[in-house]
Design a protein around this ligand. Sequence first.
Ligand code: MLT
Length: 412
Amino acid sequence: MAWINDNYLKLKAGYLFPEIGRRVRAFAEANPKAKIIRLGIGDVTEPLPGAVIEAMHRAVDEMAHRETFRGYGPEQGYDFLREKIAAEDFGKRKCDIAADEIFISDGSKCDTGNILDILACGKANCIAIPDPVYPVYVDTNVMGGNTGAAGDNGSYQGLLYLPATEQNNFTPDLPAEKVDVVYLCSPNNPTGAAMSREALARWVDYAKRNDCLILFDAAYEGYITDERVPHSIFEIPGARDVALEFRSFSKLAGFTGTRCAYTVVPKSVTGKAADGTRVDLHRLWLRRQTTKFNGVSYVVQRGAEAVYSPAGREQCRKLIDFYLQNARTIRWTLHEIGLTAFGGENAPYVWVKTPGGMSSWDFFDKLLTQAHVVGTPGSGFGAQGEGYFRISAFNSRENVEEAMTRLKAKLA
Ligand code: MLT
């Protein structure tokens, strides 16, 4: 008999997005004529940039000849991409990050979950997680046995939740106590808030004083429009001693289905072994990746490299501007209706307060059944998300405009 990982039994219902999918499918089956517009999961809709397509075509052609064919690549990514990233994403911002500190992967969802492999599991670490938050951080900690059971509001015992609310501009305050690991995400999913340089510097300072590891998710970095907002935690002096950073090509270049991301693990970040010795996390992550991962395909890495070409940059900029224009349309419409909305300026998400204190799922059902528009209930991102709703800007202009017309008709 195989004994299961009982921690999975602690997980609340399904993962948020499949659960939304289930409800939407049930509605669609019962109402086959309804034209449903999906602004729920943050999945891109526009084609890949031309420069990426061309680079991938060239790479496919290379695979057709023995001389240029590639089998297994380096698990941590090809040098051509790691070097490009080090120079373009970090060197140009004066961040001290070397190419061999960059690990190419197939997604930030995987990386933010897998990183727990190299940290002590069980209750050894005090782990702080913002609330609301991208559900993967919480659920992977549950799976790894780092939490107790969930309470009625969905929060798990054993995690320290850091409220990100209207009162603190959706930027979590420093905890009064000492924590070992903290997740931060900026620009934020789900609230759309972006952390200022000062706020990020406070966290780096906290981490240094408390020997705390920051897991910094910058998957939406490409959406930053405010020049005062840092694009990388490594823009903050000292961060390379305390932080790892997760980046993705998904929302930057439309790679949600193509799959390419990377994680920065500076060689100077260490953790403590059970016997008290300091061990660098880079060594452990390298070991983990070379054992459990066989790398991202050559073709896809060539596509990702093309994101940094002059044409690729311009095309990605257009793509992002397109989605940000959708976000402005959404935010503007919500204001017109008289709802309070946040985000959408440095992120592709608008975070709206539900009207009349309605619960997040009730609002979800109302929009689905009355307007045939799908969003994401804020409570799915944590207890503090109750009473909020996330609307994603990822869709065609036509669909976003149509969805907003319907919202005006049903909510104004
Ligand atoms: C979201 O909707 O929050 C994201 O698309 C999920 C993800 O990136 O995995």
